[in-house]
Design a protein around this ligand. Structure first.
Ligand code: CA
Length: 236
């Protein structure tokens, strides 16, 4: 599976050059040109890496980073036109992993992309390794679906289901409230926290992702049920 990279850049020439070079390296590339589209694309694509311009129409790159950091662990490389220390500091404080100042060479960009993806894979392997230490395993089982809350691992019929942190938290929250109708607002408050700035659509998006991973037929869900006019109910 090629790694998915979301490129957020409003300058057409740069968009094309970056996309062309990334595709040549075998990555799956999506390009958007404004801040609001960037949020939508990040949520629906679930990319492995985000290349993010700071100065954008709509929301700027700093704001996008601040919002996405609460939702996903995606590595973010910021692209800034201004060689201003303040942008870099702010970007890194908001949770960006690296930055490049324009103009940059494609060779430099590719090296940074590779480094971030590698770092992100190693981090995941480290987490997996930790989880294998000999500790008593706490599990919740729902038929073929097993949630191991010690290892933060979910399996379906014995196969590991690859979940992003928020997807896992959401599933665990459902599992702990099996059979109860949970409103979007309640889920948002409990899984994302009081100070979360996004709206309840975030919940719907994550549930769509989860269903794809744990439902036999995601369009006809039997585990996470939509309750009309209300929210969701986990059947197990
Ligand atoms: Ca720009």
């Amino acid at each position: 599976m090629p790694e998915k990279i979301l490129v957020v850049e409003d300058e057409p020439t740069l968009q094309e050059t970056i996309a062309y070079n990334l595709k040549k390296q075998g990555y799956k590339v999506t390009v958007v040109g404004d801040g609001h589209a960037a949020l939508g694309a990040a949520r629906s694509l679930d990319p492995d890496l985000l290349l993010l311009d700071i100065m954008l129409p709509g929301l700027d790159g700093l704001e996008i980073t601040r919002i996405l950091r609460r939702e996903m662990n995606v590595p973010i490389i910021m692209l800034t036109a201004r060689d201003e220390e303040i942008d870099r500091v702010l970007g890194l404080e908001m949770g960006a992993d690296d930055y490049l100042t324009k103009p940059f060479s494609m060779r430099e960009l590719m090296a940074r992309v590779k480094a971030q993806l590698r770092r992100s894979r190693l981090h995941q392997e480290e987490l997996d390794h930790y989880a294998e230490k000999d500790t008593p395993q706490e599990t919740l089982s729902f038929g073929k679906l097993v949630i191991n809350s010690t290892r933060h691992e979910v399996t379906l019929g014995g196969d590991v289901v690859s979940l992003k942190p928020k997807e896992y938290e959401l599933l665990l929250f459902f599992a702990e409230h099996r059979g109860q109708m949970l409103t979007r607002e309640f889920i948002l408050e409990r899984v994302w926290g009081w100070d979360y700035v996004g709206d309840s659509r975030t919940v719907d998006v994550h549930i769509r992702w989860l269903r794809k991973k744990i439902e036999a037929d995601p369009s006809n869900p039997e585990r996470i049920i939509t309750v009309r006019g209300g929210g969701y109910r986990f059947e197990g």
